[in-house]
Design a protein around this ligand. Structure first.
Ligand SMILES: *Cc1c(COP(=O)(O)O)cnc(C)c1O
Length: 362
């Protein structure tokens, strides 16, 4: 027995991520694409994913300095964008030393940049709040901010960046409103621009501009409510475990915490080593799909911290050790997420520390 004897693991198909990155590039052929690898590459392992893409990716995007330095330390030399910029003025020295590109989204960050004494010119992308209303400068303030940074001797590259609130709803009028407000902010200035997340990469060519920022699509999940008809994305994560116990329950017997599921017939139950502490969603209802030895079945009973239970009725040939896919190529993570009232982004980023990541196609 060793620490990895529990059968739960996530297989990460690095070839699928490369394939999906190429799809992002094919949809926006005139743009460069920053592969978004924040949050440990949406749970897929940031270092392994960045290394797998390093030969072809135009750059990477992360949420914070720690994530960027982890990539630099592992040998990634490409551009790395800090999507939220720095959180304190002393981080700018590290941005300088590591040659990072940073978003500047507020007055405080701008003042830190002006007061910095970097050894090389800083690369700053000005965040425009075109309608998401979390961070960024108002479109009407862009001209002044751009001029102020442009006049600073130690600021080099200047870009403009914004983020869509509803790009996953193609045709929604708010998308065009944001696009118009972004262009109004730029006021005809030729500024290097980045607007597109995965949804905009796939559905909004007018927003592709200089740099795109695909995230979820790299991991093989459509950003839309339904799979994209033209983009054949390949799921990059297969979360798998195995059956660790089997029992036969009589009609009327309850199963698991709270007896949420009650057998309505003689029921064969399989117990699987995965629970909400591993990132399997606790709110998954009875009926959530799973695959046992490649065959579809359903979750029954409440999700526990370390175990779930599923319906093996009629599957007489499966038993202890039979592999179970929680999501991956047979069971879409999007489908599991939808059943549990969440999104695949949350499932992926919620993968627990106990889950071994096995990287294939290195
Ligand atoms: C996370 C993030 C992205 C990637 O979004 P996806 O929907 O995963 O493609 C792009 N831009 C910003 C600013 C982000 O925070």
């Amino acid at each position: 027995m060793n620490a990895s004897s529990r059968p739960l693991h996530a297989r990460i198909h690095l070839g699928a991520i490369r394939h999906n990155y190429r799809i992002a590039k094919a949809f926006a052929p005139s743009s460069r694409a920053l592969a978004v690898v924040k949050a440990n590459a949406y749970g897929h392992g940031a270092i392994a994913v960045a290394r797998a893409l390093a030969a072809e990716a135009d750059g990477f995007a992360v949420a914070c300095l720690e994530e960027a330095l982890e990539l630099r330390d592992s040998g990634i030399r490409d551009r790395i964008l800090l999507l939220e910029g720095v959180f304190a003025p002393d981080e700018i020295a590290q941005v300088d030393a590591a040659g990072l590109t940073m978003v500047v989204h507020c007055r405080a960050q701008l003042d830190w940049v002006l007061a910095a004494r970097p050894e090389r010119p800083l690369r700053c992308w000005i965040k425009v709040d075109s309608g998401m209303h979390r961070v960024g400068f108002a479109p009407e303030d862009f001209g002044a901010i751009h001029a102020e940074l442009g006049a600073c001797a130690h600021v080099g590259e200047l870009g403009a960046i914004t983020h869509f609130a509803r790009a996953d709803e193609p045709g929604h009028p708010f998308i065009q409103r944001q696009l118009a407000d972004f262009d109004r902010a730029l006021g005809g200035r030729a500024v290097m621009s980045s607007l597109s997340n995965s949804a905009a990469v796939l559905s909004l060519p007018s927003a592709h501009r200089d740099w795109t920022r695909p995230g979820i699509m790299l991991y093989g999940i459509s950003p839309f409510a339904v799979p994209h008809p033209a983009a054949e994305l390949r799921p990059a994560m297969t979360l798998e475990s195995a059956i660790i116990a089997v029992r036969d329950l009589a009609p009327g017997e309850p199963l698991g915490y709270g007896g949420r599921f009650v057998c309505d017939r003689p029921t064969r139950v399989g117990v699987v080593a995965v629970g909400y502490a591993d990132g399997y969603p606790r709110h998954a209802p009875d009926g959530t799909p799973l695959a046992v030895a490649g065959r579809p079945t359903r979750l029954i009973g409440r999700v526990s911290m370390d175990m779930i239970t599923l319906d093996l009725t009629g599957m007489e040939d499966v038993g202890l050790g039979t592999p179970v896919q929680l999501w991956g190529d047979r069971i879409s993570a999007a489908e599991v997420a939808q059943a549990a009232g969440t999104i695949a982004y949350e499932l992926f980023t919620g993968i627990g520390r106990r889950v071994r990541l096995i990287h294939e196609g290195v």
